[in-house]
Design a protein around this ligand. Sequence first.
Ligand code: FAD
Length: 257
Amino acid sequence: NTEDPWRPFDKFRVYMADLESTLHYSLRVELGAQSVFQGRALTSLKAYISVLAKYFPGRPIVTNLLKDLNSWLQKQTGDRISYETFKEKLENDAQSPNSTLPDGVRWVGCQGSQPHFRRYPCGVWTLFHVLTVQANSKGSDPQEVLRAMRSYVHNFFGCRECAGHFENMAAETLEQVTSLPTAVLWLWSRHNVVNNRLAGALSEDPQFPKIQWPPPDMCSACHAVKDNGEHTWNLTEVLKFLLTYFSSDRILTDYLE
Ligand code: FAD
């Protein structure tokens, strides 16, 4: 049976299987669409792998691979690297006993009711939320993760229309991010802008409607009402919620190989 079985999951939790699947797809499939990295694409690749090496809260075998890949990549001084060279290094590392990146995807919290729904784009959002939350406690440059995400999406994200939209949002407001907690909140609020735009669109999985997130049943304290009756967010509570929801010690390891 080659069909992917449905994996029951808790909608209120983040799964390492989704994060590892996202890394697999990003490093082996999406980046593999490039034949060579040079100029801005090379800078972008280096910034992305660096952020993963610093902040990906994974299993030691996976973080070892990311750190090794990063130190190799940062040592490359030429003005271009072919994807073949990058892949050779990646697959070589993936065979060593203490480092690996599972080959293939196993979506859990990012499963869709149909194969064309959710999955990798869901994984990309989840990955970067997790990374901004990790950077909040471990980083120092408030824009480091978001700049890496912006340039990754701009240079490599397969959905080119999405990349254009995201680049416009980043160009408009990323400069306003001047602290680590604001970076966490910036990505949350931009994600809600995208959810708002996509609600009811063909790309929406009917089983997972686009909502302003987190909904009240996930975080009632996050929601507030202004004097004039309009909905507003309690940003202190939202931040608290995001720091817990995406924190490394709450990530579930079910369904890992
Ligand atoms: P996603 O929106 O992928 O969210 C994944 C999970 O994150 C959700 O299940 C939820 O648990 C959590 N979440 C939801 N909202 C938030 C929030 N505000 N903050 C934190 N966590 C949240 N698709 C298009 O059709 N057009 C586009 O222009 C487009 N632009 C995109 C830009 C980027 C950078 C990315 C990564 C994706 C984009 N997509 C776009 C894809 C789209 O946003 C969804 O990822 C896709 O439709 C799958 O949706 P989903 O239901 O899995 O939820």
